[in-house]
Design a protein. Structure first.
Length: 157
């Protein structure tokens, strides 16, 4: 079986409610990344040890249950986990001397989040977790094959 990878880029037209939820996703992913990057930095400076993805993933579950951060429940959990995986990969690349030390994310730059699974396109709408009614898409071409993941990004105008 031959696997062919394609990348498609489409414009989406969310409703006002969907746009609010998208902005919550952008902010939450950025907050999680920065929170756990800060945690890793402090742990390394204090004990000269680096935290692991598995440990921080377990902390994320606990974090979502706390009252002051229960707003994280509104966000797709797989998206938050993927943000942690990106942070872990950035750390691995730094220690392998392939790149610089990971930087904190800013809301003034490009915002994006990834949905690693459960992505469908039905009747011209993008259906992902937490957006079951679908987000309207401008499709200029058809999609061949199955969709593995989706990255939604917002550039600042």
């Amino acid at each position: 079986m031959k696997i062919i990878k394609y990348s498609y880029k489409f414009r989406i037209s969310p409703t006002e409610d969907q746009e609010v939820l998208l902005n919550k996703h952008f902010g939450s992913v950025r907050w999680i990344y920065n929170y756990f990057l800060n945690q890793r930095k402090e742990e390394y400076l204090k004990n000269k040890k680096s935290l692991t993805y598995n440990g921080q993933s377990a902390q994320l579950t606990v974090l979502k249950k706390q009252e002051e951060t229960e707003w994280l429940k509104e966000i797709n959990s797989q998206t938050l986990q993927y943000s942690l995986k990106c942070l872990d990969q950035a750390y691995q690349n730094f220690f392998a001397k392939r790149t610089q030390f990971p930087k904190f994310k800013s809301k003034r730059s490009k915002n994006s989040f990834c949905v690693p699974q459960n992505v469908k396109v039905k009747r011209g709408k993008l259906v992902i977790p937490k957006f079951q009614e679908g987000i309207e898409m401008v499709m200029e071409r058809s999609i061949e094959g199955s969709i593995r993941q989706c990255k939604i990004s917002k550039t600042v105008n």
